[in-house]
Design a protein around this ligand. Structure first.
Ligand SMILES: [Zn+2]
Length: 290
């Protein structure tokens, strides 16, 4: 079974839970939409991957939004995973392409004394935000740090990206392994530690292949779904946010015969006429004391 563009949840009989996500096409799409050089593209893809694997409570449709303040030239990274099968993301300050991606440069761009804010919500939980100060490390190490400090569950995260010689994303996949309360801690440490590197792309039974490990009899597949890039933007959302603007700002928007709004996440452009704006702002008056 191919793992390409899928999100899968496993539980082993030894009490180890693994969420695996291959977000190859989503990472490619993010690179294309945002015109990202390799460094920004891989980091963006990894942060999207992180959002996907952090949405572990698939039964309750857990959603995860990451706001990754890198404190480096690439600025703030945003990524969302929702409905168990969709992801999206953007970077506020993509790099200029002068430094190609390499695992060696990644830590200084993602965790330059920055901070990671994680919002989680589900059918059972209202949105709540937790934050962690980022220590030096790559995306996976930072996410591992976050989950170990916020969840109090022994966890290990691995995320890998591959690019071709032109800097285009070829593959992007990652996983989170967590020890359940009754789980085998010794086995967990043997399998998941910084000395052992799992190949998340290899589909064979090779010893370092994560897919090979997950194929074994002691791993039960709990859920398997396709995962893809999708944005939640739309005219309705724009309408609501514009209706929330102060009256003065609304008036300034009415000066031109139309306004153009581009979605940060997917780049889609919305052209909204003065006529429509006037209608929206008038609708909103019903609920407000002027
Ligand atoms: Zn959008």
């Amino acid at each position: 079974m191919s793992h390409l563009n899928r999100i899968q949840h496993y539980l082993s009989t030894e009490g180890i839970r693994i969420t695996f996500a291959d977000v190859t096409d989503a990472a490619k799409e993010a690179q294309e939409i945002h015109h990202l050089p390799s460094l920004s593209a891989v980091i963006m893809g990894k942060v999207i991957n992180a959002a996907a694997i952090l949405a572990m409570d698939f039964k309750n449709h857990e959603g995860v939004s990451l706001k990754w303040v890198t404190n480096s030239p690439i600025g703030v990274i945003h990524a969302d995973a929702y409905e168990g099968q969709y992801v999206r993301g953007f970077l506020e300050n993509p790099d200029d392409g002068s430094v190609p991606y390499s695992p060696e440069v990644e830590p200084s761009y993602v965790s330059n004394e920055g901070k990671l804010f994680v919002t989680r919500y589900s059918l059972l939980k209202l949105p709540y935000v937790s934050a962690v100060d980022l220590k030096k490390g790559d995306v996976a190490a930072c996410v591992s740090d976050y989950i170990n400090s916020s969840d109090q569950t022994l966890s290990y995260v691995g995320i890998e990206g591959k690019v071709d010689e032109k800097g285009q994303i070829l593959r992007m996949a990652g996983f989170i392994a967590q020890l359940m309360p009754e789980g085998d801690e010794k086995l967990f440490h043997e399998l998941f530690n910084d000395q052992k590197k799992w190949d998340v792309f290899e589909e064979s039974d090779r010893e370092d292949s994560l897919a090979g490990l997950l194929k074994k009899d002691n791993y039960v597949l709990l859920s398997d779904a396709p995962i893809s890039f999708r944005c939640t933007c739309g005219e309705d959302r724009i309408k609501h946010s514009l209706q929330g603007l102060p009256k003065k700002e609304q008036e300034s928007l009415l000066e031109d015969d139309h306004i153009e709004i581009a979605c940060h996440y997917c780049g889609k452009k919305y052209e909204i006429s003065r006529e429509t704006l006037t209608k929206w702002f008038n609708e909103d008056k019903g609920g407000n004391v002027q």
